[in-house]
Design a protein. Structure first.
Length: 215
């Protein structure tokens, strides 16, 4: 497994959702898995998965992957117009802790450009135009950052610590989907969030639960 440099999150390390999706795909289990990141995923580095652990060539533990029971952590959808309006007020456009992030970074013309804005009820929502090729890690990435922006605030950056996702169906390339997210709990430096991905017709495609950690 190699996390390509274009799939970065914070500068110099892999986007958490994309990296977790790569590790989950490599695990290839019959049910959902949960990925816990133990260090920032290194870029352009051969990584190996064995016994539920991802290691770099020096043997350092990068992540742990474990099966989890089926779960359904769904955030209610919004229509595309509402998602577009929320994205227009995306706070990361003016104050972003990682502006080069592959998923939500405004500096990345070649990124996914998922810009989650806050809704009146505290959820976030964003449109997501799906690029080709459509893969599991792509969906995990799209489910990642909207959850973070449910808790990120000026001067209060967070990074992904743990995520579990269920991809019930892949979106189609070129579709303009909607991602919603919400904070559901937390304690201290940890915040628990849920995210959901919806097709243009409103069908639920995927969902995730994650823990973000303040840095």
């Amino acid at each position: 497994m190699i996390i390509e440099s274009r799939h970065n999150g914070p500068s110099g390390s892999g986007n958490g959702g994309w990296s977790a999706g790569v590790f989950a795909t490599a695990a290839d289990g019959p049910g959902p898995v949960e990925v816990t990141l133990r260090r920032p995923p290194p870029l352009e580095t051969p990584l190996t998965l064995s016994g539920g652990e991802v290691h770099d060539p020096d043997g350092a533990l990068v992540a742990q992957v474990r099966p989890v029971p089926e779960f359904r952590s769904v955030v209610p959808p919004v229509d595309l117009a509402t998602a577009r309006a929320a994205a227009a007020a995306y706070p990361g456009l003016v104050d972003h802790p990682f502006p080069g992030c592959y998923v939500c970074g405004p500096d990345r013309a070649d990124g996914l450009r998922v810009f989650p804005g806050r809704l009146p009820d505290g959820r976030t929502a964003a449109p997501f135009t799906v690029p080709a090729p459509v893969t599991g890690p792509l969906v995990w990435a799209a489910l990642d950052c909207p959850g973070g922006w449910a808790v990120i605030a000026p001067g209060r950056p967070y990074v992904l610590g743990r995520i579990a996702a269920v991809v019930a169906d892949l979106p189609a390339a070129g579709d303009e989907c909607v991602v919603t997210a919400a904070m559901v709990g937390g304690e201290g430096r940890k915040a628990d969030v849920h995210t959901s991905l919806y097709a243009p017709d409103g069908a639920l495609l995927a969902w995730a639960r994650a823990t973000w950690i303040a840095v």
